[in-house]
Ligand binder design. Structure first.
Ligand code: AHG
Ligand code: MN
Ligand code: MN
Length: 334
């Protein structure tokens, strides 16, 4: 049972028993993400003070080296999950290879791996526009008691047990799913507590917003060009409008609330698209499906794609069900 204004801490405890693996390990993991999110939020909020406290690469007043925010966020999330010995492995956009985690007393006993984009949309930081964090959680497939291998990370999206994002926007929110719908929690910064503000989030079946970097238009596949033209030339009261922040988390979040489609297709510049399957597309796809939306590469379901490498890119089309299906129809017929 979820109640509006419930804290995230209460929500995690109260909903733990409805989750199919009830060891409490997953709850501890989400708790550690909640904690790191607050720390990163605090740092992201100071980004505008860069001229005063020093830019990345500088040394600050305490003699500490200032880090780029995506490196900072990466370190904070990894620390939160390793220090409390909660996961057996982490893969991150900021790390070439996955990290195997073990502590002497635990001996690889943890069951979950996490894949993370610690700071998504980081180019928006300098101009005071919303950024995010994306995470994806799986049960390991290799035996407990042994070090993790690449196979634990190269799982199809349909094997995810939880996924979520944090949005550092006008408000800071955590939105996540453990396979039983999508819930959104807003941070009250005065007391550092997340409250359930958006219970059971759902994409409207249809939408009016399309979000795509139209600067790449001439490089897009014909099916995408045709869909964009369709949005622009709808007869009568033109129902569509274009919104593109260039921050996947923010664009997705708006589209989920208002109804819309996000597209990062392949192009002649990016033959596999730009976004990463394992820590951008799969978690967003899982949230979308749990919220009654859809995610596709233009032809097939994102979560059914067999991953072949950690930092693999795929074309990504995600949002309101009818809009994604319409795009797929244009792709098939192009
Ligand atoms: P990241 O900051 O993690 O590298 O991801 C940026 C991604 C995504 O957030 C955004 O939607 C997309 O890149 C924007 O790309 P373009 O600037 O090419 O439109
Ligand atoms: Mn990203
Ligand atoms: Mn990133």
């Amino acid at each position: 049972m979820s109640r509006k204004n419930q804290t995230l801490g209460e929500f995690i405890i109260e909903n733990q028993s409805s989750f199919k693996y009830t060891s409490g390990e997953l709850s501890r993991l989400i708790n550690s993400i909640r904690l790191a999110a607050k720390v990163v939020n605090h740092e992201v909020n100071k980004a505008g003070l860069v001229d005063i406290i020093g830019a990345a690469g500088d040394t600050n007043i305490q003699g500490e080296d200032q880090q780029k925010l995506d490196v900072y966020a990466n370190n904070k999330f990894i620390q939160a999950m390793t220090k409390r010995n909660i996961v057996c492995g982490i893969a991150s956009e900021e790390e070439d290879d996955f990290i195997s985690i073990n502590s002497q007393d635990e001996n690889h006993q943890n069951k979950y791996v996490v894949l993370i984009d610690p700071l998504d949309g980081s180019s928006n930081i300098d101009v005071n526009v919303s950024v995010g964090t994306i995470f994806s959680i799986y049960r390991r497939v290799t035996p407990v008691g042994t070090p993790v291998t690449i196979d634990d990370f190269l799982q199809k999206g349909n094997q995810q047990v939880a996924a979520g994002y944090i949005i550092y926007g006008t408000s800071t929110m955590i939105v996540y799913t453990t396979g039983d719908g999508v819930n959104g929690f807003t941070l009250n910064p005065a007391i550092g507590t997340f409250y359930l503000s958006h219970p059971n989030m759902l994409f409207p079946e249809d939408g009016k917003i399309y979000s795509v970097n139209e600067g790449n238009y001439s490089h897009f596949p014909q099916g995408i060009k045709n869909y964009i033209k369709y949005c622009q030339m709808e007869e009568g009261d033109r129902p569509y409008t274009s919104r593109y922040i260039g921050s996947l988390v923010s664009d997705f979040h708006r589209n989920m609330i208002k109804g819309g489609i996000y597209m990062y297709p392949k192009s002649s510049k990016n033959p596999n698209g730009k976004l990463r399957l394992l820590y951008e597309c799969n978690p967003m796809a899982y949230i979308a499906e749990q919220a009654n939306g859809k995610a596709s590469d233009g032809f097939m379901r994102i979560m059914d794609i067999e991953p072949t490498e950690l930092h693999q890119r795929v074309p990504f089309i995600c949002g309101s069900k009818n809009m994604v299906e319409k795009t797929e129809e244009f792709m098939r017929n192009a």
